[in-house]
Design a protein around this ligand. Structure first.
Ligand SMILES: [Mg+2]
Length: 226
């Protein structure tokens, strides 16, 4: 019988990191996201396999919305740092993760997890257990959300790293923003508040268009969650 897709993944990805380390050396910071597709024991094995390649973190290994206790198994077996939280919406879902020190980085975004006040409390809770921030920041977080992440990053002592993807020119024109990104660093700029404006007239030129996620299929053609 052919190996299942996850088995192939577990076999292949460590070789990818081996190749990258061999080619680019030990200084390059490497992270990896499994999009919640592994079972606890698979994630535990994966973390062990990745240890020689010194990842900054492995992200979203197990399904975060199902059972935070999954990460106990992962944590027991590997020293690869663990990040999770981009689909977690409340600090209450972090209680086990933080109190049992099952994670190293909180991956929430200010826009997804209760706003600035809620997230500030969550990060104060995390700070007591030596856990840092790694806030979610792809382009589906608007410039307003990105600026909110950035300002919270600057306000907490347990800042770790900030995910950042540059928005399109159209998005940046609709949301004139004072924050800037250069040489791997974000700067908030000098405008008051979050420093992000919104041009309603310009926004009206871009009516809503649905953009569904891709349909994923396994090698044998069966549907698989994205
Ligand atoms: Mg992720």
């Amino acid at each position: 019988m052919m190996k299942m897709l996850v088995e192939r993944y577990l076999h292949t990805i460590p070789h990818v990191f081996e190749e990258v380390r061999n080619r680019y050396g030990s200084d390059l910071i490497l992270l990896h996201d499994s999009h919640h597709r592994l079972s606890p024991i698979q994630a535990a094995r994966f973390g062990k396999l990745l240890e020689p390649y010194d990842l900054f973190w492995m992200e979203d290994t197990t399904p975060a919305e199902e059972n935070q206790q999954y990460l106990r198994v992962v944590r027991q077996h590997t020293t690869t740092p663990i990040a999770i939280g981009e689909i977690i919406n409340s600090w209450t879902d972090y209680i086990t993760l933080i109190e049992e020190q099952l994670i190293d980085y909180v991956r929430s975004a200010v826009t997804h997890t209760g706003g600035l006040t809620h997230m500030r409390k969550l990060m104060a809770f995390a700070e007591l257990f030596g856990i840092k921030s790694g806030f979610h920041g792809p382009t589906d977080i608007s410039p307003v959300g990105m600026a909110a992440n950035l300002h919270l990053d600057l306000a907490i002592p347990n800042f770790g790293i900030q995910e950042y993807m540059r928005h399109s020119e159209e998005t940046l024109a609709v949301f004139p923003s004072s924050y800037t990104f250069k040489d791997g660093m974000l700067h908030p700029g000098n405008k008051p508040g979050l420093g992000v404006d919104f041009d309603e007239k310009l926004a009206a030129r871009y009516p809503y268009q649905a953009a569904p996620l891709p349909v994923d299929r396994l090698a044998d053609g069966t549907l698989h969650e994205w």
